[in-house]
Design a protein around this ligand. Structure first.
Ligand code: MG
Length: 247
């Protein structure tokens, strides 16, 4: 069931979204070659707690942020043994629960000098997110939003992760509806004011096949190609889509 949020719910979601977005912004400023993913997670965890929010261990995940490097798509587990290097692209997915409402966002950051191919992947993935947000208008269909990601990325030859997707969000991190990164225009739920969901393209340089590592969490591209992930939490309003994850 899709929950419709009241004005006061939306205000609380915006506050949770602000903490999540500030944590993501802090990740971008903090990442540097030589640091471990554990150190980065610790910085974000401390910030979230200091903001009066929580996020540790969501769904049994053993850290506050998912940190996924290069061919890792999502759910990378922060580790004292994993060192971030110049030339890496690092996806950080971090959220915040504040006053009973959840903020959730993600971005992929280039570290030092990265290849042009990597920069192109980041640019296309991020642009596809904004294409999808623009499609989230009252009266449009969910399929229009999902299709926007698929059309933008597949036209450019990139692979679209199909096993994982965006989601409704509110008091729970994962609510209805599912928001895949592919879909049919004109199909699916009709969008109404007060709907809130996360759109999160996970886009591979080549191919769409994925596999999960033995740790049971980390999802990687099956062929080892790079992958990028950008996510915003948005609200559908009569004045157009509003991004709730703004710092
Ligand atoms: Mg999400």
């Amino acid at each position: 069931m899709i929950t419709i949020k009241s004005r006061s719910d939306l205000e609380k979601l915006r506050e949770a979204g602000r903490v999540a977005a500030q944590a993501l912004e802090l990740a971008g400023k903090s990442i540097h070659p030589g640091m471990t993913t554990y150190q980065l997670d610790k910085i974000l965890h401390d910030f979230i707690v200091h903001s009066g929010a929580t996020f540790l261990g969501y769904g049994g995940f053993p850290a506050s942020a998912c940190i996924s490097i290069n061919e890792e798509i999502i759910h990378g587990i922060p580790s004292r043994h994993r060192v971030i290097k110049a030339g890496d692209i690092v996806s950080v997915d971090v959220g915040a629960t504040l006053n009973g409402f959840v903020g959730d966002n993600a971005a992929t950051f280039p570290v030092g000098d990265v290849s042009q191919e990597a920069l192109d992947l980041l640019a296309v993935t991020k642009a596809s997110l904004f294409e999808a947000i623009a499609a989230a208008q009252v009266g449009a269909r969910l399929g229009d939003v999902c299709h926007a990601v698929e059309a933008y990325c597949s036209e450019r030859g990139y692979g679209i992760v199909r096993e994982y997707c965006g989601h409704g969000i509110g008091r729970e991190m994962h609510e209805d509806p599912e928001v895949p990164n592919y879909g049919k225009p004109g199909h699916g739920v009709r969008l109404m004011p007060g709907m809130t969901f996360c759109i999160e393209p996970m886009i591979n340089q080549k191919g769409d096949a994925v596999r999960v590592l033995k740790d049971g969490w980390t999802v990687v591209t099956a062929n080892g190609s790079l992958s990028a992930h950008f996510e915003h939490e948005i609200a559908v309003t009569k004045d157009g889509p509003v991004i709730l994850t703004r710092p």
